[in-house]
Design a protein around this ligand. Structure first.
Ligand SMILES: Nc1nc2c(ncn2[C@@H]2O[C@H](COP(=O)(O)OP(=O)(O)OP(=O)(O)O)[C@@H](O)[C@H]2O)c(=O)[nH]1
Length: 946
């Protein structure tokens, strides 16, 4: 349906433009120039006008007409899928063709009118026939599809659908029939003769070239086969024409319609099996092919595999109908408007249709530790009310939002016929392992050693570092005492060394407790003028626990009171054998004040590091350890992280223990902003959700969701373990710590007001050790308890013995958090007794034998039911029934058993006192003789003490 310019129309109908314009004007269509466009409606008006003129003899002679252009053909195309209905076959059009013939005589005009009428008749006849056939075919198609669906269902049930796709009978193949413009006498649809200037019949030759010249304009006419048969028989057509010439138009039409109906019905009767799908599978004889005309592809999803044409959906058109009919092929039935294509609807039905399940669906689900009823319903794809009902039957009243435990949920799911299993919950470590990449194949690079300086207060740790770094950190500290850990990396001429300056800081203890080998080397600093002091010993303990190689730096050798030999002697006494004393611990004499020996110390450190072959991957996500953490005003949580491997960069997602966050900023030990930090480099990190704990492992993980999950799991775990820890390490519950067959240990950390007290308590407690329970003094010293003491106690699961000293607030809080027990004393004997009692609690109770009495056998006789009975006199204590006994002969035990019966005269008695006669039957023993003694005793449990 499109407008067309007048000149284009003139060219199309091969008429002069001016003639056409005049005709348009006469038809009431106003056109001013050949460029003007006319609509389809106007074209029809023009045709009507020309027709009328022709019938009234008022035809305009076309001056320039010639033999080859004696006919004007107008075509109107109607898209089959009009209205934009997507369900309609695309591109199918129904076109009507009108031929304007030019004629020059009245007789011709009459002949044309007759032909026109006959054509109309035949067209109507064809239409009626088509409808009838369509109805029959549709019915047959429905039946066929029903059968087909049944067959498919059966096949599905037999589970052969996948292996052998169903082979449905081919639905009627419906090739489109293109009706070529043929001589009127042979054409089923006779074109309307609008301008009968020339006779139509003689113009066959003229029409033929036009067909070739205008292939797109070829009419596609829905033409059922019977009509085709009719249409191809010129005689019949001629007869029909003759018969209808003498009747009125209306009657004539009615007659033709009736005849067409009859014909259609007869045709169907003659070929009743045409509607059968199988026949449609017959190969189609294609007389002429035109491209771009789709063949309706029936049921693509179920299409028969033996019909290649249909399977591939080849597009074919049959040019003539007569031959097709002869071969018994089913023609395509094209549907107008929104009528359903028989071959299409079942496709939708089969492909997308809902099939009711034939068997109940059994679902396999995993249930977490708890689940809400509605969630369970969703997992099972059932209504929550069904679950509630089922639980009611089981005696449980729940609501839709109620959380039920795993066991119950599994029970309910199984009750409802499904399979439920407990969900495997991954713990935080497993999740972490799953998100951490494998860096085993990444090249390793040498990394700087991490060195911890440890030693007693004021022995010169900070001064030593200060000298090394050439800065004066010590002078900036409050009171000149190191308040918190410092981490510095120092580039020396011999290489980079990372130093941790720690006054026995919590971080180091926790690191040791977690087994994290953050420190590669411990430098134990001992003042030459002071010797080995308590914190020196503690530092040694730390180093040994962490299994870290040690380098001894004897400091302050510039002082006059310096006594290196005494220091070496002291060290040997606390288990540190220096190289000079035949051990393997290197010793360097230094002065942090003058710088003497510092180079040698660095050299020694790097030598020890070299032996260790310290390497780490660099270009991987960072891993490290939190050295310390704090909340700072304006910056939030700040964590000092020592990178162990990989590189930490801004923007990384960092997980530190229970905390995580995206790294917003990085600072080196001098407070300068840095972009990244590599292995063995300490760096302050800003961006964590909260301050992590010193000693926490730090990981860069790309998956933020997983990081959050891990952090939440850890927080939960922390809460649980804190609760569980309430019952551990309690002094009174030490018995539970004892392991079968192993020597129990009681770990103590002793702090006292004066050194004398410490030594006294130490020596007394160590004396309490037995073969079964060992007393271990983890650490002892003077002064109040600080956090460092509590950390050490927590790491060693030790009890703190506080003699005339108290814990500071931080230590108390830490002790509470870590469930470390602190016992306060002011009398040494109380300390000893308490510890002894605790150790006693660790011993298994003792079973003791208690003598009850002795009876002498004076006579032996037999009694029915007891066998042998010994007539005795109780000579000592008391004899009781049911107790264990021993039979003694000449003071030698000859039998050990149980006293079965005890009688006095004829009565059973429970006990018989000394000086009284009685009858004793010994269970399972019949060899008692006169003169034997029967000893009666009992077993009692006695708590042991040390
Ligand atoms: N003569 C002399 N004095 C030193 C030497 N090393 C350190 N000192 C002094 O000893 C005092 C303590 O030094 P620090 O470096 O603060 O000792 P520290 O071990 O770090 O002490 P804390 O920070 O409390 O752990 C200071 O007054 C230093 O000047 C040395 O080699 N020779």
């Amino acid at each position: 349906m499109s407008d067309i310019q007048v000149k284009a129309l003139a060219a199309m109908v091969k008429a002069p433009v001016d003639v056409l314009m005049r005709q348009l004007k006469r038809a009431g269509i106003e056109v001013s120039s050949p460029e003007d466009k006319i609509t389809d409606a106007q074209k029809l008006m023009l045709l009507e006008r020309i027709k009328n003129e022709a019938s009234s003899g008022r035809t305009e002679t076309v001056d320039n007409r010639n033999a080859g252009a004696g006919k004007i053909t107008l075509k109107r195309a109607t898209p089959g899928g009009a209205g934009g209905n997507d369900r309609k076959p695309q591109g199918v059009e129904v076109r009507r063709k009108k031929t304007i013939g030019l004629r020059n005589s009245e007789s011709d005009a009459q002949a044309d009118r007759a032909a026109e009428q006959r054509a109309e008749t035949l067209a109507r006849q064809a239409e009626n026939d088509r409808r009838v056939r369509e109805a029959v075919l549709e019915k047959a198609e429905r039946e066929r599809r029903e059968l087909e669906l049944q067959r498919i269902r059966r096949q599905k049930e037999a589970k052969e659908a996948v292996a052998q796709p169903p082979q449905p009978p081919q639905p009627p193949v419906m090739p489109e029939i293109i009706t070529p413009v043929e001589p009127v006498a042979k054409t089923p649809v006779v074109p309307e003769v609008i301008t009968p200037v020339e006779p139509v019949m003689p113009s066959v030759a003229a029409v033929e070239p036009e067909l070739v010249a205008e292939p797109p304009a070829v009419e596609r006419v829905v033409t059922p086969a019977p009509i085709k048969a009719e249409a191809t028989e010129p005689d019949t057509a001629a007869t029909a024409t003759k018969e209808t010439t003498n009747v009125s138009g209306l009657e004539q039409r009615q007659l033709v319609v009736d005849a067409a109906r009859q014909e259609a019905s007869d045709a169907l009767k003659r070929r009743p099996s045409r509607a059968k799908p199988k026949q449609s599978l017959a190969p189609k004889q294609v007389i002429g092919l035109e491209e771009e005309e789709p063949v309706i592809n029936p049921l693509p999803g179920l299409v028969s595999t033996d019909d290649d044409d249909t399977k591939r959906g080849e597009k074919k058109k049959i040019k003539t109908r007569g031959r097709e009919n002869e071969r018994g092929n089913t023609p395509v039935i094209q549907h107008k408007g929104n009528k359903r294509k028989p071959g299409r609807a079942p496709e939708r039905e089969v492909k997308h249709g809902f099939e009711k399940p034939t068997a109940p669906v059994i679902r396999e689900i995993e249930i977490p530790s708890t689940i809400i009823v509605s969630d369970l319903a969703q997992k099972l794809a059932i209504r929550a009310t069904d679950i509630i009902k089922s639980m009611m039957k089981m005696g449980m009243m729940v609501t839709i939002n109620q959380s039920i435990d795993q066991e119950t949920a599994i029970l309910v799911a199984e009750e409802l016929g499904h399979k439920a299993t407990p969900m495997q919950v991954m713990d935080d470590e497993a999740i972490l392992a799953s998100v951490l990449g494998d860096n085993s194949d990444v090249a390793l690079e040498t990394r700087p050693p991490v060195v911890t300086i440890m030693g007693h207060v004021d022995h010169g740790k900070t001064s030593l570092l200060d000298y090394i770094r050439k800065t004066r950190v010590a002078s900036g500290e409050a009171g000149g005492i190191t308040q918190h850990i410092g981490a510095y990396h120092v580039d020396t001429s011999r290489g980079t060394v990372t130093f941790l300056d720690t006054p026995g800081h919590a971080a180091f203890t926790k690191m040791r407790a977690r087994g994290a080998q953050v420190t590669d080397i411990v430098v134990l600093i001992v003042a030459a003028d002071d010797g080995v002091m308590p914190q020196t010993k503690e530092a040694i303990q730390h180093a040994k626990e962490a299994k870290v190689p040690m380098v001894v730096a004897i400091n302050k050798i510039d002082k006059s009171q310096a006594d290196v030999d005494r220091v070496l002697n002291d060290l040997s006494q606390v288990g540190v054998l220096t190289e000079e004393w035949g051990g393997d611990v290197p010793v360097v004499r230094v002065s942090a004040k003058t710088g003497v020996g510092i180079d040698e110390l660095l050299e020694t450190i790097l030598l020890v590091a070299e032996v260790q072959e310290l390497t780490a991957p660099v270009d991987v996500p960072a891993k490290g350890t939190v050295i310390e953490a704090s909340i700072e005003r304006g910056r939030g949580a700040v964590a000092t992280v020592l990178i162990r491997e990989g590189t930490l960069r801004k923007g990384d997602i960092l997980l530190c223990g229970t905390q995580y966050g995206r790294v917003r900023a990085l600072f080196d030990e001098n407070g300068r902003s840095v972009k990244e930090a590599g292995p063995s480099i300490p760096v302050a990190v800003v961006g964590l959700s909260s301050a992590p704990e010193a000693g926490d492992e730090a990981f860069v993980v790309s998956d933020e969701r997983k990081v959050r999950e891990i952090a939440e799991l850890r927080q939960e775990k922390q809460r649980d373990s804190r609760f569980a820890a309430q019952n551990t390490a309690k002094l009174d519950n030490l018995f539970s710590q004892m392991q079968t067959g192993a020597r129990a240990q009681i770990n103590l950390l002793v702090k006292a007001d004066v050194q004398g007290s410490v030594e006294a308590i130490r020596s007394e407690l160590l004396k309490l050790s037995t073969d079964e329970v060992e007393v271990r003094i983890i650490s002892s010293g003077i002064g109040g308890m600080n956090e460092s003491d509590i950390d050490l106690a927590a790491a060693s699961k030790a009890i703190v013995v506080a003699f005339n000293v108290r814990a500071d607030a931080g230590a108390r809080r830490l002790a509470q958090d870590n469930d470390v027990e602190i016992r306060y004393y002011s009398i040494i004997y109380d300390v000893i007794n308490d510890v002894r009692a605790a150790m006693s609690g660790m011993l298994s109770p003792e079973t003791r034998e208690v003598f009850l009495g002795l009876a002498e056998v004076r006579n032996v006789f037999r009694a029915s039911g007891f066998g042998q009975v010994a007539g005795c006199l109780v000579v000592e204590g008391v004899v009781r029934r049911g107790n264990p006994i021993r039979v003694l002969r000449d003071n030698v035990v000859i039998f050990e058993g149980e006293l079965e019966s005890l009688r006095r005269h004829r009565d059973d008695v429970k006990e018989v006192q000394v000086g009284t006669e009685c009858g004793i039957a010994v269970k399972d023993y019949n060899d008692v003789r006169v003169g034997d003694q029967i000893e009666v005793f009992e077993h009692v449990q006695v708590a042991r003490s040390i």
